[in-house]
Design a protein around this ligand. Sequence first.
Ligand code: CP
Length: 457
Amino acid sequence: MSAASARAGGEGKRDLVSIEDLSTEEILELFHHADQFRDNLHAWSDLCRGSIMATLFFEPSTRTRLSFESAMLRLGGGVITAADEKSTSRSKGESLADTVRVVGGSYADILVVRHPEDGAARVAARYARVPVINGGDGSHEHPTQTLCDLYTLYKEKGRLDGLEVVLCGDLRYSRTIHSFCYALARFRANIVTMPYPGFELPDYVLRRLRRDFGVKTAVASVADLPGLAGSSNAAAYLTASEPHQLSLFTQLTPVEVNRIDAIYMTRAQRERHSGEETKNYPRLSTKTLRAAAAKDARIMHPLPRVDEIDYDVDDDPRSVYFRQAELGVPIRMALMAYLLGRIELRSTPRAERATTPGIDARSLLRCRNERCITNGEGVRYLERDFRVRQAIGEPPSLECAYCERELVVRYLGHAQERWCVPVTVEVLRGMDPDQRVWLESEEQARAAGFQIRGGTD
Ligand code: CP
């Protein structure tokens, strides 16, 4: 099987669940193809002739669904869509797994899926025979929005390396922010977070930035940005740049941010809030743009906008949020043509992230993210699945294979001999994988009949 046909479906198919599924080189090459598509959007109607894309959108969307559909039509392929959950058999109780098995059977050659639960895209990718693209799963990730964002920044600034990017608003529930952070860290951009209080970047995202990209964190002192700066007293500076002078900064001498390349604004993701207050949410206005630090900044937003960017900012040449949406078509054309094997890239795909799959079936574990699909519709049919993650200098930890949230485990038990010890790299290495039982607490260990040796909870 050629690399191209392997990509198109079945064994070895490529999915895009996380932005981490694409290598840096692949992303840059996709930009190149997107440039070609964009030069003449009407010149590619033979490239995907005969292919059908299905959009399965179980949450509202304007840009993602319609730009994917436009992209496939411009490539000469066909489109089938389920844009309203109520009009599909999901309303009768059909699972996502069954839906994608059917639609990804003989109905379509590639699926784009949006779903309200974290980890849903991984479920779709596991069950579908054809490539699956994550169109947004809960507050987990939205990788193709990140492709639009990176592509826009790249065209505006001519580079991605070492940019200073301010992220503002609801950083907790915004899936576009989470994917964007991982990508920015990969390109060694510096991230300044200015969350609406209570909506900070989640710990699991920060931990992943630290573990996978060596990102370090300091307090940031952001030059006055009217409408934004006052919204948050918790600006942080995240950088993977080396060598960096972060060690010189302390709480008393924060990193001063006087030059900003982009301000990325997000709306309050109210559909994922549980009654949280968002009074005095930040609002970017023409006044914000008068700040010296914002002189060369690009104003970005994944859209839809609610009230967080004034409409008169639209006329400022630094505002690029409609460009982000526009570039969604050529970059999604490039992505689909690639995943369907209709264009070849020179670069090698990203290696599988270093994890140890397959935590044994005796596991007592449950993902603690209540919004994870394993605690939602997947309760009916998904086997819990955790991967072991190891960071230098830290004890091994587990991560849900679906929503990628970390699960804190304290003990590793021996299944046959019924003892357990605090988990360390050495204990993990020394225990037969078939005998490992992961335990979250002393209480759980005792309840399961394990004798605890060494350490306390
Ligand atoms: N940016 C984005 O995902 O927009 P839609 O929700 O309209 O698809």
